[in-house]
Write a protein that binds this ligand. Structure first.
Ligand code: FEO
Length: 393
């Protein structure tokens, strides 16, 4: 039994084996957090993936007979949080499903069931006894239906996916683990799930700013309870939502016969020589969700690919297509690579990047077959392009 505050219990599911969350690599697994509040009207906030229902139910049964639950708050329709609601409703016939208007629409589309819905709006209050639970709709953070629940009595915010991380652990609070790792996992989560919705995140941050919050209980990973960690997490969300980046460079490349790799290595050396912070990523060995973690904090993004069948390599196309959907803003991009007889794939790379919201730093460097020393020198042209932006921004 895990009691996180008086009469509030964590009743989630730890997904130790999860390694892929619809394409997002999760080497540390994940959790789906459900929270049971014991009050006059026992209330469950969110549920878990369907295959975690047995574990969730056994945790609930340690605390209460599930048939006594009167409300199931569904902060978000996605099935990692709603997947066990149907099974649960069979055990708690009195329970109403509390959700946003888009939540009702989404849950009906997902489960094709006429559940007893109670639809709420921002500012609505649900009294469950000693507690008034308040709702804050947060559309597109990160689905149209998403909302947060706030318990003023406990000073706890339950913001569902926001402030979460994919991390499986026997600990429940971020401060019980290495905080650098926890913030990095939160950054990866933001980059891969929330990045396109910065404007909406800023609105939500404004709405929660007046609340007295002593604990943030997200729907994935560890909870935040220390004042400095809550402030740190909110400050990171402010920064990420504004697309504020650090003045550093990421070089990401794939290669066929090592020519583009040689170019990437030379770029690394040149930028290092200039004292510019730079990271090198080989796309053959790195999953794209980890590349995106770097994108969250990086202002200059250099992409290298050789040309195959007149196009960029499929690995690079996959990354750029993904990046385009995530719409990073206030970032500069630049392309480079080796080719044999066609350079059209480089234009295509630039088009993807422009469509994704990146500003192109300037003309890239494209070298035929295997570059020689004098040709590699051409890569120096990126240095003034980067420095110019560093001075101006
Ligand atoms: Fe954790 Fe959007 O679901």
């Amino acid at each position: 039994m895990v009691q996180i505050k008086d009469n509030i219990f964590w009743t989630g599911y730890i997904d130790w084996d999860l390694r892929n969350f619809h394409g997002y690599s999760t080497p540390r697994g994940s959790t789906y957090n459900a929270y049971l509040i014991l009050d006059e009207k026992p209330t469950l906030i969110d549920s878990v993936k369907s295959y975690g229902s047995k574990e969730m139910l056994s945790r609930i049964k340690e605390v209460i007979d599930p048939s006594k639950i009167e409300y199931i708050i569904s902060n978000h329709t996605e099935m990692d949080h709603s997947g066990a609601i149907d099974e649960l409703l069979h055990l708690c016939p009195k329970a109403k499903v509390v959700c946003s208007p888009k939540g009702e629409e989404g849950l009906r589309r997902h489960f094709k069931k006429d559940w007893p819905f109670q639809v709420v709006q921002t500012g609505d209050v649900l009294n469950i006894g000693k507690r008034d639970l308040k709702f804050i709709l947060m559309p597109m953070v990160h689905w149209p239906d998403s909302m947060a629940t706030y318990s003023e009595h406990d000073k706890i915010l339950f913001p569902n996916d926001a402030f979460g991380q994919h991390y499986a652990s026997n600990e429940r609070f971020a401060d019980e683990l290495d905080l650098n790792v926890m913030f990095k996992e939160a950054e990866k989560y933001y980059g891969n799930i929330v990045l396109p919705y910065g404007a909406q995140v800023l609105k939500v941050l404004d709405m929660i700013a007046p609340l007295d919050v002593e604990m943030i209980c997200p729907s994935h990973g560890l909870m935040w309870r220390r004042k400095e960690d809550i402030e740190g997490m909110v400050a990171y969300y402010q920064k990420w939502a504004r697309h504020e980046t650090d003045e550093k460079v990421m070089i990401v490349y794939d290669t066929m016969w090592h020519s583009t790799e040689i170019m990437a290595q030379r770029l690394l050396a040149l930028l290092k020589e200039e004292g510019i912070e730079v990271t090198l990523i080989n796309l053959q060995d790195t999953v794209i969700s980890d590349v995106i973690t770097e994108v969250v904090s990086t202002k200059f993004l250099l992409f290298g690919s050789p040309i195959l069948n007149n196009r960029m390599l499929p690995t690079m196309a996959g990354l750029l297509m993904y990046l385009k959907g995530l719409k990073p803003q206030k970032r500069y991009a630049w392309t480079f690579g080796s080719y044999g007889w066609s350079t059209s794939g480089f234009k295509e790379m630039e088009e993807f990047l422009k469509e994704g919201g990146c500003d192109i730093l300037g003309e890239g460097v494209y070298l035929k077959y295997i570059p020689d020393e004098s040709e590699l020198e051409e890569l120096r042209k990126v240095i003034p392009l980067v420095k110019d932006k560093l001075e101006k921004d």
